[in-house]
Design a protein around this ligand. Structure first.
Ligand SMILES: Cc1cc2nc3c(=O)[nH]c(=O)nc-3n(C[C@H](O)[C@H](O)[C@H](O)COP(=O)(O)O)c2cc1C
Length: 265
């Protein structure tokens, strides 16, 4: 990307924030996670630049800082005072080589939270209590000092039932639930109403219908190669359409690059 293209993208983050405000959203989450653009700039695995936007740790932070600055300025101008702004980040990126360590990502978070008035930081984790190789503490515990008391910490990752949620909330202020809510959209409601034991944890043909899963999600959840796999997925193997799952999705475990062309027919 040229310098001009980068500056245009930063403007676009401002426009996206404005659209969210105009639509009446309560807030926005800056997506610095899961190999999307902001993470690509922060990672030395993907960022091979040697200019203002890359080279040293400080320079790899510049894109995240510029996007954050644009989002906050846009919110200040157009949003109500209680508009929520968060930042999502995986604590570390390890491939054959290291994209960044949690030591570096805590530096980024310290920098962002000292310069901007974030409401929360959302750690994107494979398991809510995941730990790095060089500490006995969980990532959630390791990031807490960088946030202080005012900024809330959210964790996500393999919270599949009420007891997982109860355990996870010991580590952070809030827990987020992804796949389990797709299987049973009443996950939160059932806990709130004291019916956590009624949460449906297994995917099944019946639950696919009840939850109104999209074709893309059905195909991912029924793919025998998809990891981590969902409990009960064998019961929906026959709903799987072979050859539609992008190899990178199988490897990275997200639906970010899912090809829906086969469903359009
Ligand atoms: C089908 C699917 C698609 C996903 N797509 C994205 C995505 O586009 N962007 C992203 O940041 N995370 C994505 N994720 C990851 C989730 O946001 C979440 O971090 C992950 O599923 C772990 O939470 P869970 O164990 O509660 O599902 C996706 C996950 C699944 C299962």
């Amino acid at each position: 990307m040229s310098d001009t293209q980068i500056k245009k993208i930063i403007e676009d983050f401002g426009s996206a924030t404005k659209r969210a405000i105009d639509c009446g959203f309560d807030g926005v989450e800056i997506h610095g996670a899961n190999h999307y653009l902001i993470q690509q700039f922060f990672s030395k695995w993907s960022n091979k630049r040697n200019d203002f936007w890359g080279g040293s740790l400080e320079k790899r932070m510049n894109f995240a800082k510029a996007v954050t600055d644009k989002v906050f300025k846009t919110a200040k101008k157009y949003a109500p005072k209680d508009f929520i702004i968060g930042y999502r980040i995986p604590p570390e990126e390890i491939h054959d080589t290291v994209g960044y360590t949690w030591h570096e990502s805590t530096q980024l978070i310290k920098t962002l939270t000292s310069e901007f008035d974030f409401d929360y930081i959302h750690l994107s984790l494979p398991e809510y209590n995941s730990k790095p190789n060089d500490s006995d503490k969980s990532f959630a515990e390791l990031f807490q000092p960088a946030l202080g008391d005012a900024i809330k910490e959210i964790i996500v990752g393999n919270i599949m039932n009420e007891s997982d949620a109860e355990d996870a909330i010991r580590y952070a202020d809030l827990v987020a639930v992804g796949r389990a809510t797709l299987i049973d959209p009443q996950f939160g409601l059932k806990i709130q109403e004291g019916r956590g034991n009624e949460i449906i944890e297994k995917i099944s043909p019946e639950q696919v219908k009840k939850s109104h899963l999209t074709p893309g999600l059905i195909n991912i959840f029924s793919d025998p190669k998809m990891e981590p796999h969902l409990s009960g997925r064998e019961s929906i193997y026959d709903l799987h359409q072979k050859g539609t799952l992008d190899e990178s999705v199988i490897k990275n475990g997200t639906g970010a690059s899912y090809n829906l062309d086969n469903f359009k027919k």
